[in-house]
Ligand binder design. Structure first.
Ligand SMILES: *[C@@H]1O[C@H](CO)[C@@H](O)[C@H](O)[C@H]1NC(C)=O
Ligand SMILES: *[C@@H]1O[C@H](CO)[C@@H](O)[C@H](O)[C@H]1NC(C)=O
Ligand SMILES: *[C@@H]1O[C@H](CO)[C@@H](O)[C@H](O)[C@H]1NC(C)=O
Length: 196
């Protein structure tokens, strides 16, 4: 087999990989927007990086874990919803500067371990979404509630006196690492119109 045909063969093999424990098959890796939607839907949490407003790291990047959901299992919208309280250290950063980036990886699912992909390998597909975080209300807060509470049932019992609110990342830029050859970008339009 020539190196090229080996590459092509492994590419098609990779297209056939199914993420275990999930109903939908992993999309072909050349369909970058679909891969991004797949990762965004199958991850239940992400690392959210804000610009810290707290001493002694004021003005510096600060990554923290948040539960996320883009919709009930099998019905993802691509929109990362969050359930937040102003008592939280990173949410206090967002009050000063709503800009943030959210990283999600299939290392958080069974996918990468099962296939033997190291989390830093591009084969262990991961995405970085950047934009700004805003509270949602009206009918969109119903959508956010369904998305989050269906995937994170214990949220319903979180302390009532913490003034929880629903929010979303308004995605403006998307980076995808899902194969060799460097990071790829997709536009929000491509991302939201992709069939996951
Ligand atoms: C991905 O590759 C498949 C098979 O070669 C092809 O049919 C499809 O059009 C490609 N999709 C994109 C978005 O390039
Ligand atoms: C947030 O990001 C936008 C777009 O990159 C930028 O124009 C804006 O100045 C940023 N806001 C703050 C408070 O840094
Ligand atoms: C969301 O981002 C878009 C750019 O993708 C921008 O035009 C819009 O003003 C943003 N919305 C809010 C509420 O910041």
């Amino acid at each position: 087999m020539t190196p090229l045909s080996g590459l092509v063969a492994s590419f098609f093999l990779l297209q056939l990989l199914i993420a275990p424990g999930s109903p939908s098959p992993f999309p072909p890796r050349n369909e970058t927007a679909r891969v991004a939607r797949y990762v965004a839907h199958h991850c239940d949490w992400g690392a959210l990086a804000t610009i810290s407003s707290h001493s002694p790291v004021q003005g510096q990047p600060f990554a923290n874990v948040f539960s996320v959901s883009d919709g009930p299992k099998g019905a993802g919208s691509g929109v990362p919803y969050l359930y937040l309280t102003n008592m939280e250290i990173s949410v206090q950063d967002l009050q000063v500067n709503p800009n943030a980036s959210l990283t999600m990886s299939l290392a958080q699912t069974h996918f990468c371990k099962k296939e033997g992909f190291d989390p830093q390998s591009p084969l262990c597909a991961h995405i970085i979404l950047s934009g700004s975080i805003h509270q949602v209300d009206g009918t969109e807060s119903d959508t956010a509630k369904l998305a989050l509470f269906s995937r994170h049932p214990e949220m319903e019992s979180w302390p009532r006196d913490h003034s929880w609110f629903f929010a979303k990342l308004n995605v403006t830029n998307i980076w995808v690492l899902d194969y060799f050859g460097g990071i790829k970008t997709v536009t929000p339009e491509e991302y939201y119109s992709a069939k996951p």
